[in-house]
Design a protein. Sequence first.
Length: 414
Amino acid sequence: MSTLQPVRGTHDLMFDDIRRHRLVQSKFAAIAARYGYSEIATPIFEATEVFARTLGDTTDIVTKEMYTFDTKGGESVTLRPEGTAGVARAFISEGLSQQVPLKFFYSGPMFRHERPQKGRQRQFHQIGAELLGVPTPQGDVEVIALADHILKELGIAGKITLEMNSLGDLESRLAYRQVLIDYLAGYKDKLSADSRERLDKNPLRVLDSKDPADKEIVQSAPQFPDYLNQASQDFFKGVQDGLSALSIHFKLSPALVRGIDYYSHTAFEFTTDALGAQGTVLAGGRYDGLIKQMGGPQTAGIGWAAGVERLAMLLGDLPPQSRPVAVIPVGEAEDAVAQKLVHRLRYNGFAVDIGYSGNMGKRMKRANKVNAVVALIIGEDEMKNGSVTVRQLDSGEQSTVALAEVEARLDLYR
RNA sequence: GCGGGUGUAGCUCAGUUGGUUAGAGCACCUGGUUGUGGUCCAGGGGGCCGUGGGUUCGAGUCCCAUCACUCGCCCCA
């Protein structure tokens, strides 16, 4: 065991792990394209204020989870803890307000300084989608449909439930917030220590406390849906009707709230019970106030992000990898011809493996190990005839083929 | 930041109430096979027993600390 380890909460991605990540990313890119979303790659670090101002001063992400550094020039920069703020910043920086509606998708690493556990790392990866400039429920419906689609495409939708809630517009949210604070204040002594703190920082969070005593108190608390004003109710109904029309099933969760301040109206989470404590696989919501809050023009927005590690853990077996062709020179005399053949086949579209050393037995062993479908054997006899021996590695059948006709013979494996 | 569990070979793990040269399977290397892989047989290389300290005649084993991993809390994707 080596003492050189990756930094806590970071991991090397290789072999099947990275194939799972790539599978998630490539399927997502393909589906997102069908919905008209184009890719955006914002910087992995931003000026600290991009996150600090937008996520809210009291959220855990800002108060204790950001990787923040001072540059040599004395600026404070932060490794991005999530994707939306960067996209919103780009929207403002690039002056995109004249081009709405805009649809972006992204994928890449995010960084949060949390205690690692199952499905949670300090460097992790997200895929996400953002729809800017669509203030109506159609936007919510499309964005959720995209999320639902990618989960289905990955074959994991059966393990996942969509939960939804409305946080209402600002007016509704402030009204409910006050009613909730008043109610909870009456139970202050009975609330858990965590929840007493939440009461000050983010009272809505008390609603989904896991503490049993808290749960009891919350049970008879005023319900968020009762405090939505007419406009907010209509909006939420529009989203629900739109999803129902597409046969996208969802569950209403009045306790579902958001840790990040810029959300309004629709909040949703796709969750699973297959991942232990980290059940949220994909989550998002509407953030109509964000861009204005960052100094841009009033612009509606809705989006989501999903944890690639979490999605990858739910994936079933990977599709089989394509099998290479192995070229095997019997001795040194055949090496040059073999190398030329390898090069030629690669240019003609075949995946080709050749061992770097060893006798024929070793090279056959290697061909087997890389799961080659056929071995092309070149020895003294083949050199004389200008041919190669083609051995099917599964059946052991072999035949002789003219060197010039190898591609035609192998066409099946290209 | 707080709690629980686990650290022995590249990997998965065994290792008796503390007792001599620390084991297995898989993987790897060599040979059986100098033009034929997978299966089989024989052999081989690999260990600061996470790290530091302590108890003891003697520690992989007991105690303390520390680090790492892991599960959970908080929070979140």
